[in-house]
Design a protein around this ligand. Structure first.
Ligand code: NCD
Length: 302
């Protein structure tokens, strides 16, 4: 593996190897103080965030440092992008400063692929448009595997704004490769047109959808991507597609709940569910550092 651009086409063996390595890092991080490593000492990783981020950026930064690497941070808002510099010129200039890898987040689908084609360095996609967000799906899979013991045969519901979600796409590819069954629940207007090709079960009724899964990944309604035009009103969306205690009360078994963050509380998920004992949301964040350590280690350690 030279780059990590997406989970489409990545083998079960490669995913398993990253998750196993991540679990070794997870145990090391849970020691007090967290055990650190020097396997990437002397390396510098450029964190290029052309789009906002809290969890992904900080966890990549921490992951690099915990492996002994240093990081440089590029933020679109304070860069020469504001003066019209292109993505590829920006990357070429950073590369001329002798870095070792790029972590890229961009609002355009395919941005990380474009950089990987032009650059000699390993590229990790930290989210490109509505395309893929592989490390998020890997951390979701690690959290699920550690909760349930195995991904094979696990029934995972992904619900909400599937259309705009790179998290949904990467999870569909990764989870299906690992033998999980994936179902989706969303208003038809928030599903991609070619959803039939994804090998998933579709629901439009949330109560029915939650009856037949072991865990649910709730997605943020991406209001910044003009989602408003895709739903009649926020109130109606919340009425039919919000994961609330009332919806969960229709099940007799507990449902584990994940959310990649940032959450719109009381829109796609109620606070009562987000903060409940069945919520794995903060476990996901902890898994995120370990997964990113495993990815950096896999791509960069000799
Ligand atoms: C997601 C993203 O940016 O793709 N967040 C994340 O990385 N944790 C999901 C989102 O923005 O809704």
């Amino acid at each position: 593996m030279r780059h990590l651009l997406g989970l489409y086409g990545v083998s079960a063996d490669d995913i398993r190897a990253i998750l196993d390595e991540a679990n070794r890092f997870l145990s090391a991080l849970q020691q007090s103080p967290p055990q650190t490593f020097n396997t990437l000492s002397g390396k510098t990783i450029a964190l290029c965030f052309f789009e906002n981020s809290t969890r992904t950026r900080i966890s990549f930064d921490l992951a690099a440092r915990r492996l002994g690497a240093s990081t440089v941070n590029f933020t679109a808002l304070t860069s020469s992008l504001q003066k019209g510099e292109t993505l590829l010129d920006t990357i070429a200039n950073l590369e001329a400063m002798n870095l070792d890898a790029f972590v890229i987040r961009h609002s355009d689908s395919g941005a990380a692929h474009v950089v990987a084609k032009r650059s000699k360095l390993p590229v990790i996609n930290a989210g490109d448009g509505a395309h893929e967000h592989p490390t998020q799906a890997l951390l979701d899979m690690l959290t699920l595997r550690n909760t349930f013991g195995s991904l094979s045969g696990l029934r995972v519901l992904i619900m909400g704004d599937i259309l705009h979600s790179r998290v949904a796409r990467s999870n569909i590819f990764g989870l299906r490769t690992m033998g999980a069954h994936v179902s989706l629940c969303a208003p038809p207007t928030l599903l991609p047109a070619n959803i039939d090709e994804f090998g998933v079960t579709l629901y439009t009724n949330l109560e029915r959808a939650v009856q037949s899964c072991d865990a649910a990944i709730v997605l943020r309604l991406q209001l910044e991507r003009e989602t408003a035009g895709f739903i009649p009103s926020l109130r109606e969306y919340t009425r039919f597609f919000s994961l609330t205690e009332e919806v969960l009360s229709k099940r007799d078994k507990k449902l584990f709940v994940l959310h990649p963050g940032p959450m719109n509380r009381e829109v796609e998920i109620s606070s009562a569910v987000a903060d409940s004992r069945q919520s794995l949301i903060l476990e996901q964040v902890t898994s995120g550092v370990a997964v990113r350590m495993a990815v950096l280690q896999t791509l960069l350690a000799n």
